[in-house]
Design a protein around this ligand. Structure first.
Ligand code: 26W
Length: 824
């Protein structure tokens, strides 16, 4: 029999309070009389952390003892959000803590919100990694995450005079969820040169020597499973100078300053998360980050494997390594280097091990996001790795040449080395060649990579190397934690909390979709969630919004391909229509609140212009007395995981309106539907599968299809390009200065009118506006609307990240769950 999380430190309210008081008085050295909310947060977290430690140790011991195959998830981003609420719910003691905190004079919500978000990611890719960790632990898979311990996470966004301003996110001032492992360190080498020499056996071997050493120090974060004692590990590496605190040689020589400078230079490696999303910039420090993290992680994995004294041939039976996008691709090269240069294996034997170990997930088809590194930069930073990359490429091209002897251009196209000026290493190609499986993240996306960017590789390796695993989200955080009342209502109708561990149980809801009483309770919860968001809007923006209005939400990174500009042009169109209406007709209109949120990469000028336009439009419309509650436009500052937990439960409609073929999957689409909101979206990414599951009646699709995008773009460039007349009207108003200095928005308009409208804003505008009218009409019939929402939720079982992890485990990793040790 499996135990629940082990009860050692406390098991009831009294025990919890005792632990909190003990931490306040001893760990924090404060008296209960000056225990503020920050201190109460600290003490509560420490109490729960202590509780997790037993399970964590047990899990690790059990995994070591059983020595089954493990999964290592390498991701440069883990967008974890807050840990305390999640820990309380997964351990199953939130109610106990709530009562205990109340007894000590605190409201649990005030304590939970003291925590800084762990925002070690940009967006979709990083949050997916966090959902996967939650699912892996909850399903008892032996799995570790490996990442970087950034001192600064994604920047905080402030909106000043309608413009985005970036503020550093110093989140580590107090972090009870990490355990520094000063004894777990790895020395990482950079620069230097390679010498060929002959070893005792007369074999030529490469020796990488010289250069500089930076030390990687492990910080471990416990990942508690839901309703199981399994507690996995997330290991984040922090960089420091290898000489320890100071280089004492220099110090003693009186060179104090340069000793400190060395220290700081080393620490720079893990200092800051790169804030680009879907844009590759080729910065040397980023490559250093990648190698630092990959080398430390592989060293750790190899060290663990070697303890088992198994032959190298068994490495792929013990280890599966998932590359989260191409960011960790150097791991392929590093493992090959370890095996041939350090362990002395033959190239072919080593390469067989490498390719059986790795698999690669692609998350984007945008050409500007595909990683390429200049050959010269790799040569300088990692001279031995460049040689190995050339050899990998040589053997690969020989194989291609054998199968396609007449196709010279094929060799040029698939070469890992792009013969450009300067020469570049194509990381995606290296990842494919070094892996046994490559997957996309939604059906359309997985088809697209096979027919476009990786087409030649399907020819070379056959179609079976390529597969699809449609993304998912953890229902623990994104339903149970974010929307406790809805979770409770579902539990009451679906046979208890089973849906939280098997989301297909939601199907049982469907029978209540027309139930009057149930609909009423459902609608009340949605309303309460909108009230909660309305309060947040009031305190953060000062704008009063009516919770009875239709809440239309688009929150995600700001990017032209995600088309926030289409949304805001649509809002302007609505505003102009309202302004032109006679009073009688205006009175009949449905009030709507258009809510935006999301960060722009600091160097992405056009994305920043979009933010500025949204804010400018908001300040005009929100202050227009003719309009009142009929239309409000809100930009929510600093969208992040903890804000998403308030936002996702509060939508009536959310927007997922990328140009068809550009959004690999999307995951917030799933979060919004799971919380009882409908979607307006394009036929893109996971929207397509969401439609298949929930049914066409329960989603609002519009716009051109991905197979037509290329022709439309061609026509824009070579044919005559006429802009939609309603959109022209919108442009004219912007240019007339209705929303502030028109000059500011000239480039956004020119992108559509003059520069080929690459993202098809004009092509999709009419269809978008019409579909928004359909939304209005549908919303008027509240009973039917709520029925649609209930049906949609009941059909969302497929989109659990638990299902994803089972699919990866079976079709890519070949790993099995490990039952936790029986309780004593
Ligand atoms: C090198 C710069 C860079 C940084 C991040 C390039 C690419 C990325 C990520 C791959 C971008 C990203 O987050 N992609 C998103 O991944 C999600 C999880 O699979 C998908 O749901 C989103 O559609 C996809 O945009």
């Amino acid at each position: 029999a499996w135990r629940k999380h082990q009860v050692k430190n406390f098991e009831d309210q009294d025990g919890f309070e005792r632990e909190v008081v003990r931490h306040v008085e001893t760990t924090l050295a404060r008296s209960l009389f000056n225990c503020d909310e920050k201190a109460a947060y600290a003490a509560t977290s420490l109490a729960f952390r202590d509780r997790l430690i037993n399970d964590w140790n047990k899990t690790q011991q059990q995994q070591t003892y059983r020595d089954n195959k493990r999964v290592y998830y390498l991701s440069l981003e883990f967008l974890m959000g807050r840990a305390l609420d999640n820990a309380m719910l997964n351990v199953g003691l939130k109610d106990t803590a709530k009562a205990g905190l109340a007894d000590l004079g605190f409201r649990i919500e005030d304590i939970i919100t003291q925590e800084n978000d762990a925002a070690l990611g940009n967006g979709g890719l990083g949050r997916l990694a966090a959902c996967f960790l939650d699912s892996l632990a909850s399903l008892n898979y032996p799995a570790w995450g490996y990442g970087l311990r950034y001192r600064y996470g994604i920047f905080k966004q402030e909106i000043i005079d309608g413009y985005q301003v970036e503020v550093p996110d110093y989140w580590l001032d107090f972090n009870p969820w990490e355990f520094p492992r000063h004894d777990v360190t790895v020395n990482i080498q950079f620069f230097g040169n390679v010498r060929k020499t002959t070893n005792d056996a007369g074999k030529t071997v490469a020796v990488w020597e010289g250069g500089e050493i930076v030390q990687a120090v492990a910080y471990d974060v416990p990942i508690p499973g839901y309703d199981t004692p399994t507690t996995n590990n997330l290991r984040l590496w922090s960089s420091k100078a290898s000489g320890g605190e100071f280089d004492f040689q220099k110090f003693n020589n009186g060179d104090y300053e340069s000793s400190v400078a060395d220290q700081q230079r080393a620490e720079t490696i893990s200092a800051v998360l790169y804030p680009n999303d879907n844009l590759e910039r080729g910065k040397e420090l980023r490559l250093k980050q990648q190698y630092f993290w990959v080398a430390a992680s592989l060293h750790d994995i190899v060290r663990r494997f070697k303890k088992s004294k198994r032959p190298w041939s068994e490495f792929p039976d013990q280890v599966a390594i998932q590359l989260n996008d191409t960011h960790p691709t150097l791991a392929v090269v590093e493992l090959q280097r370890i095996l041939i240069d350090i362990e002395g294996l033959e190239w072919d034997v080593a390469w067989q091990i490498v390719t059986s170990t790795f698999s690669y997930t692609n998350h984007t088809v945008l050409p500007e996001a595909l990683e390429k590194w200049p050959v010269g930069l790799i040569q300088h930073l990692l001279p031995r790795h460049l040689q190995i990359i050339f050899d990998i490429n040589l053997y690969f091209l020989q194989l291609v040449e054998k199968s396609f002897p007449d196709d010279r251009d094929m060799l040029r196209r698939v070469s890992i080395i792009e013969e450009s000026q300067p020469k570049m290493v194509r990381m995606a190609y290296l990842a494919i060649v070094g892996s046994h499986k490559v997957n996309g993240v939604a059906e359309l996306h997985s088809d697209l990579i096979k027919t476009t960017i990786f087409k030649d590789f399907v020819q070379i390796y056959g179609p079976d190397k390529f597969t699809n695993v449609t993304n998912g989200i953890t229902p623990r955080r994104w339903l149970h934690q974010a929307n406790p009342r809805l979770s409770e209502l579902i539990a009451a109708k679906c046979g208890g909390k089973a849906f939280l561990t098997d989301l297909t149980n939601l199907a049982k809801l469907e029978q209540f979709a027309e139930d009057k009483e149930f609909r009423k309770e459902w609608a009340e919860i949605k309303y309460a969630n909108k009230v909660r968001l309305a309060k947040h809007i009031k305190t953060t923006t000062g704008v009063t919004v009516n919770p009875s209005a239709l809440f239309d939400i688009q929150v995600k990174r700001i990017h032209e391909y995600k088309r926030q500009q289409l949304n805001i042009f649509g809002v302007i169109h609505r505003y102009l229509a309202l302004k032109a209406m006679p009073l009688e007709e205006k009175k009949k209109q449905l009030p709507r609140v258009s809510i935006f949120g999301g960060k722009a990469a600091p160097g992405y000028w056009m994305a920043k212009q979009i933010i500025h336009l949204i804010n400018s439009v908001g300040s005009v419309i929100n202050n227009d007395a003719d309009i009142g509650d009929l239309l409000k436009v809100i930009f929510l500052e600093d969208y992040n995981v903890s804000k998403a937990e308030i936002i996702c439960p509060a939508s009536d409609i959310s927007e997922h309106i990328s140009t068809a073929g550009t959004e690999a999957s999307g995951t917030s689409n799933m979060k919004f539907v799971l919380n009882g909101g409908l979607i307006i979206g394009t036929c893109d990414g996971a929207n397509i599968e969401i439609t298949r599951e929930v049914g066409e009646d329960n989603i609002f699709l519009f716009g051109n299809l991905s197979e037509d995008v290329e022709d439309l773009r061609h026509a824009h460039t070579y044919g005559s390009h006429t802009i939609d007349s309603d959109l022209e009207q919108v442009f004219k108003e912007i240019e007339g200065g209705r929303f502030g200095t028109p000059h500011d928005f000239g480039a956004m308009i020119a992108a559509v009118r003059e520069h080929g409208d690459y993202y098809l804003v004009s092509d999709d505008f009419h269809s978008y506006i019409e579909t928004q009218h359909l939304v209005d009409e549908a919303y008027r019939n509240q009973d039917e609307w709520v029925t649609r929402c209930i049906k949609a939720v009941s059909r969302m079982g497929f989109f659990s990240s638990d299902r994803c992890m089972h699919e990866y485990a079976e079709s890519i990793w070949n790993v099995e769950p490990l039952a936790p040790a029986p309780s004593e």
